[in-house]
Design a protein around this ligand. Structure first.
Ligand SMILES: Nc1ncnc2c1ncn2[C@@H]1O[C@H](COP(=O)(O)OP(=O)(O)OP(=O)(O)O)[C@@H](O)[C@H]1O
Length: 493
């Protein structure tokens, strides 16, 4: 028996299943009480508090959902896990919306069962959460990180206050969250704040831009791949799901995921397990899913571009971020915070923001939201003299090299730090490592385009006929070093 055993109430009308769950939990070191009906569960809950309540959805005298709602209304601390019949996605979604911490589908897989209970027990006061178990860290640190992540979301307007309240309220559960909002409104910051305020804050946050990954690589990137499963897979490697174990998987631009991948993602979420490419084994993964989109996913569902069942699964809780034009009162605070951040990153003192400069900024439509504001301030800072922010022409976007589709990319010249390419090999000899060779070619082309555009990724992307997202993905994948302020040189998308 573990010293910090949690107390669990199991509610199920089937005696065999009750015993199975009870034995499994006892073996994990927990204290267990059981109930066969809603009435009996109510009695037990009146008599004592538990850490976790595991309840079947359908009970002879009512629904497990009633218990969840009663505990929620009484502001009780119990975390509820509901067991729903396989294929009834609506029930699981309804339970999560009603405040359930998580759900399991029947027939319950015992491995999943143990993982979900372990996740629910963490931080309830039973088994200590990973953070407090780590030597040298205090629970206060968790609080601090969570608050700091919320503070990074600058803005005290009504819609921003509501968003922050919602973040603290929903961060601790396992329910999937869909963050909606125009490009540049801070969806990724919201995802980070959700993670930092969750009990998984000590685990990884893996952010994935679904729109930037080539379709043929999606499966391997998400679920991992075994050695030899495709050309270039020279060793086993984990996917995003495995990398996010015990933490949060942030799926940005989820609306850009092709339909074929949507069904695979749905399956992974439902089964809580993934099968790496080339493997015969399923791997259990314990991740919380947060997704984001600037698109109207409901309309995409109507148009058949997005799977309805996946939409329901991802959209259990929806957070809608306001556009900057809907919260113009936040502009002064945003400018101050962004200038301080840019100044700190560039090692310069923050320039003073005069009322005239602020008025000039306020006149700008800023359709690209906070990202556009950030880029504008970056440009203005480079023009500023004597400690005062000068807008000058900074409100105009920087010139971007026009696309030159008719002009094929010039022959690749090797940039300084890179090894010389092997053009002879291109034509005469077959490369012995195709993937490595292709990566090398791509790297050289990207480095050249970046240099030619003064490390402005937008311009480099235009030049190469790819999107900003794609170039960002490729730069990260090939680990191409870029100057610190490279972001600032980019246009708002
Ligand atoms: N409320 C905010 N306070 C401070 N900075 C913000 C805020 N919102 C956004 N930003 C900054 O603006 C930039 C864009 O934010 P973020 O990437 O989170 O937006 P997004 O909605 O995810 O954009 P996209 O849809 O294009 O991916 C980031 O540098 C971020 O730090």
């Amino acid at each position: 028996m573990t010293a910090n055993a949690a107390s669990v109430l199991v509610v199920d009308d089937e005696p065999d299943l009750r015993t199975l769950y009870e034995l499994t939990l006892l073996r994990e070191g927990h204290r267990v009480e059981t109930a066969a009906s809603v009435q009996e569960a109510r009695q037990k809950l009146r008599a004592q508090h538990f850490d976790v309540v595991l309840t079947d959805m359908r009970l002879p005298d009512g629904q497990g959902l009633e218990l969840i709602m009663e505990l929620r209304d009484a502001q009780r601390r119990e975390r509820c896990v509901v067991m729903t019949a396989y294929g009834s996605a609506e029930n699981a979604v309804e339970a999560l919306r009603a405040g359930a911490f998580d759900y399991l589908t029947k027939p319950v897989d015992l491995k999943q069962f143990r993982a979900v209970v372990a996740s629910a027990v963490q931080g309830t006061g039973g088994v200590p959460a990973p953070r407090s178990a780590r030597p040298g860290t205090k629970p206060a640190a968790a609080l601090h990180d969570g608050c700091a992540a919320l503070d990074r979301l600058v803005g005290d307007s009504e819609p921003m206050r509501t968003i922050k309240q919602h973040i603290t309220k929903v961060a601790r559960g396992m329910a999937p969250v869909l963050v909606r909002g125009e490009s540049g409104t801070g969806k990724e910051l919201v995802a980070r704040a959700l993670h930092a305020n969750s009990q998984r804050a000590d685990g990884p946050l893996v952010a994935v831009n679904c729109g930037a990954i080539p379709e043929n690589l999606l499966e391997a990137e998400f679920f991992g791949a075994r050695k030899g499963s495709y050309t270039g897979a020279t060793q086993d490697r984990d996917g995003y799901f495995q990398a996010a174990r015990g933490g949060t998987l942030f799926l940005d631009e989820i609306g850009d995921l092709p339909l074929s991948m949507q069904s695979k993602l749905l399956r992974a979420i439902q089964e809580r397990s993934v099968r790496p490419l080339g493997s015969t084994q399923e791997e259990t993964v314990d991740v919380r899913i947060i997704s984001a989109t600037h698109r109207d996913l409901a309309a995409d569902v109507q148009a058949g571009r997005f799977r309805q069942d996946l939409y329901y699964r991802l959209n259990v809780i929806e957070l809608v971020l306001p556009a900057l034009r809907e919260r113009r009162e936040d502009l002064p605070a945003l400018c101050e915070a962004l200038l301080a951040r840019i100044a700190q990153e560039s090692g310069q003192p923050a320039p003073q923001l005069t009322p005239q400069a602020l008025a000039q900024i306020a006149n700008h439509p800023l359709t690209g939201n906070v990202r556009e504001l950030e880029n504008l301030l970056h440009r203005a800072m480079t023009l500023s003299e004597e400690g005062t922010l000068q807008l000058g022409h900074a409100t105009a976007p920087p010139p971007v090299a026009p696309p030159t589709p008719e002009k094929p990319p010039a022959p690749v010249q090797t940039p300084e730090p890179l090894p010389a390419p092997a053009p002879a090999q291109t034509l005469q000899e077959l490369p012995s490592d195709l993937q490595g060779w292709l990566d090398q070619q791509e790297r050289e082309i990207l480095v050249r385009a970046l240099r030619d555009s003064g490390f402005n990724r937008t311009a480099a992307a235009v030049r190469l006929g790819i999107s900003l997202r794609q170039i960002r993905y490729r730069i990260a994948r090939l680990q191409i070093p870029t100057p610190q302020d490279c972001d600032g040189a980019d246009d708002a998308e």
